[in-house]
Design a protein around this ligand. Sequence first.
Ligand SMILES: [Zn+2]
Length: 583
Amino acid sequence: MPLIKVGTNDVSKHLLSISFCFLIAAFSITSSCNRAEVGYDILITNGRIVDGTGNPWFYGDIGINGDTIAEMGDLSGKTATKTIDVQGFVVSPGFIDIHTHCDSGLGKPESNANLNYLIQGTTTVITGNCGDGTYKIAEIKDKWEKQGIGTNAIHLIGYCDVLEEVVGRELRAPNPEELEKIKEIVRQAMKEGAWGMSTGLEDHIPGRFSSTEEIIKVASIVGEYGGVYSSHQRNEYDRVPEATQETIRVAEEAGVRANVTHLKIGRKNYWGKMKEVVKMINDARKRGVYIVADMYPYNHASGGTIIPIAENAGWAPFHLPDDMEPFAELRKKMRAQNLTDAERKKLREQYVDELAKALSDKSKREQIRKSVLEGEPHRPSSVALAGWDSVLVTVARKNTHLIGKIFSDIAEEQKRDPFDVAADLVIDEPDLYVAMGVMSEDDMRYAMKQDWLMFSSDGDAWPIIKETDIPLIWHPRDFGGQARVLQKYVREEKVLTLENAIRKMTSLPASFLQMKDRGLLMKGYKADIAVFNPETVRVNATHSDACQYSTGTEYVIVNGKIIIEAGEYNGALNGKLLLLTDN
Ligand SMILES: [Zn+2]
């Protein structure tokens, strides 16, 4: 039985509204009456309205004209071109996801709809995070608007992109002359409508060579234009308090609103430090520093296969020295675009065979051990940065007993060195999938209850998924970042009330961004709206089948236009790149 009845499908109501329209038409000829007084483009009736403020819900209707909420409250007797009777489902502001990497997907015609976000009720995504995102705002605006985008977007200047333009991939901070150029680029991007700037100070090149003083100088320009500063901090594992202190200092000294993005303590040995970090943020806020944080609702970060073969070179625990042969040569071959699946499979098998040989050779094994533990001159290894206590097994086809276990625990159980455990697993199951970064639920819950903690996803816009697509191994947050908050932390575990969770997904990011007319359901605000069933909303994506759409969202309206209708995408692209200069 359909839970939602669309007014226009209801024959009697339809006839009634047609005859009423005639009356209105006749009336307006004689009295030139204002259209807004007698009808709306869209009328949402019988909604349980959660308006985004955090206040308790109430029953009400919403009338929309053009891209704007024209009226809210009891609108019985009013007419509309389209009436949606939502029969008691929750009506909330469309979600604003403060941390995504959707800029890559939004730029491509196969993924510009951003359906994996839309279908969860997300109407605005913030792109350009972790220091990674173009500074050419006018260029993306033109491109995205020509081809259309499904959600709205707000873009931050990726500081690593600016550094790369000026300093290149060199392993150093900019000199004073270069810093002047950097400031000019940032100023220009802010003039073009960037909403702020993001940094990636941890493993990112060249971002991790930037000093705090340098960032303060550049962030001051962002502050001058009213933009925000969002930082993938210098450390997310053992030194998160120190890293947070740096972000607070930037906020304070640059005079900029700052976000500690994807806040986490990613190593088991350091769990519990979240309390210290929260206290630092609270203390800073008490003395007037504008600092907030966001978090994705999963207790582990993204990752890849245990050994980085061609497709995910880098962020995995077991990487080899860059120039060690025959692996460098094999990786190069595997990167070729035109390989058949059979050829790729063969190369992978060859890679693993060679690796087994190398690991049984004493001197090569030591070289590999050094690379795994220390890294290369241009980058620390994942293990040097994050430790074995950050490595979580998420997908295993063979060693299924290891799923959900942390590498340091596995090694302790087996009373062996973690490297030796990893070396065996690389040969036994090279496709073993691991996350680099594992968080405690206690830490997460403690942080998410703070008034200033927003939710995010850290995901990308994906091409529209067909049922015939083969399951993909990936982090499920790209398809479940919002729905999981509503399912797990509101409905199942009751960590947050629905109203509070929605506030964290709507008005809280909107107020951090100082958006003047989004993030709340309120007369005069833009009609970005989500309608969902709080009893059924759920994430269907898993690690081993990551591209499954969430369900439970019935309607999504972006800039006054229906995009998700009775749970289905109707093909519309009504999103915009929102500019700070237009705000
Ligand atoms: Zn990041």
